[in-house]
Design a protein around this ligand. Structure first.
Ligand SMILES: [Zn+2]
Length: 381
């Protein structure tokens, strides 16, 4: 809609016309503005709408625990080269956590299952400590909760989870050879939906194991989940301080260095280069209170990045601008789970987006991104 307000001096001012600065002096300008706004509706479909989406044999979902979005703009891009490379894809710094929880395991379970925490369709996993031996996500929910590993493993993909906290073993246990669902899709790949679960306290050691797994020659396609714990652990010890030389920002730089290693490894491997998609997000931000992230109503806890990388050499695209038909930028607010209108992009979108990038269907009974309609930039082969 046009909303040209007169402004003193007849200067250039921001209007509601596509967010473009327009002169407000003449009818011609108003007509031009209308044309500019209408053109995308009349012209050929933008590249992001070209069906079908290109798919990839390999996908990595990366979660950076406790990564506040503003940490990525607190330093010049050249000081966070790994994140900067990943953000040259389709990205937003204004994604959201689960609307009711801003702690680690409930949000990671959302990323893996494509469900909110609460509600009938929610995954229901609220615990954030090491689980008891007889606990699983399914026992907690009262019925089986499928995740992205079910979908990929049942179709012959290699699945791995690399974690920096011991409590992530809940995922290994929930989807192991006893507690995972029978595979009724095509060839029977068994109940154990996670081929490998790796816990490594040291971030670099964990990445070593990841790089070794990626470097193995294999005809199998892959879905890996990678969890970087160090920003969260540092935030709890010293506070979520985004001043450049803080301990927290050093932890973010540490993850960045590991991302550089990972991207270099992918781009120097002919079998992985141009064949690997990465979805990076966070479980929550942090700093409210200063050394935690439990104030669910506080923006520093619920605003997180969501980054989709599908190969080097692309221009940066805003995920909300690519998805105006299905997602709405929430500004500073955290929309409720059942809010009217278009939803924001959430970390819980990771599961179904990763599966769609692999050419796989959505997680059964998932609700976040279950239409697999989140548009990203996928370069032609
Ligand atoms: Zn934490």
């Amino acid at each position: 809609m046009l909303a040209l307000r007169p402004q003193g001096g007849g200067g250039w001012a921001r209007s509601a016309c596509c967010g473009i600065s327009v002169s407000q002096e003449t009818f011609m300008n108003a007509a031009l503005c209308l044309l500019v706004c209408t053109l995308p509706l009349l012209g050929p479909a933008p590249e992001s709408e070209t069906p079908p989406r290109r798919t990839f044999p390999n996908a990595l979902v990366i979660s950076v625990d406790g990564l506040r979005s503003d940490a990525l703009i607190a330093l010049p891009a050249e000081e966070l080269p790994g994140f900067a490379r990943l953000r040259r894809g389709a990205a937003t710094l204004n994604a959201r956590t689960d609307p009711e929880w801003t702690i680690t395991l409930p949000n990671h379970t959302a990323m893996i299952t494509g469900r909110f925490v609460e509600g009938e369709a929610g995954h229901g996993w609220r615990k954030n400590e090491d689980h008891d031996t007889d606990e699983t996500i399914h026992v907690s929910k009262g019925r089986y909760v499928a995740g992205m590993f079910d979908v990929a493993h049942d179709r012959g993909f290699e699945t791995m989870l690399f974690a920096g906290k011991t409590k992530f073993s809940i995922y290994d246990v929930s989807w192991n050879e006893v507690n995972g669902a029978p595979d009724t899709t095509g060839t029977d790949e068994g109940r154990d939906k996670l081929d490998r679960y790796v816990y490594e306290k040291d971030t670099s050691d964990m990445v070593e194991v990841l790089l070794a797994a990626l470097a193995r020659e294999s005809s199998q396609r892959r879905l890996y989940f990678v969890h970087f714990a160090v920003p969260d652990l540092t935030g709890h010890a010293y506070g979520w301080d985004v001043t450049p030389d803080s301990r927290y920002m050093k932890a973010v730089r540490k993850v960045d260095a590991e991302l550089v290693r990972l991207l270099d490894a992918i781009e120097s491997n002919a079998a992985l280069k141009s064949e690997t998609a990465i979805v990076l997000t966070a479980d929550h931000g942090g700093g409210a209170p200063l050394k935690s992230h439990t104030q669910t109503h506080m923006w520093i806890d619920y605003i997180i990045p969501f980054v989709v990388w599908t190969g080097a050499g692309q221009e940066a695209r805003d995920l909300y601008a690519l998805n105006t038909a299905t997602r709405a930028d929430p500004g500073l607010w955290q929309p409720a789970r059942n809010a009217a209108g278009l939803p924001p992009i959430r970390n819980g979108d990771a599961a179904n987006l990763a599966l769609s990038l692999l050419g796989l269907p959505a997680v059964p009974e998932s609700t976040i991104g279950a239409q697999q309609d989140l548009k990203v930039v996928t370069p032609a082969r």
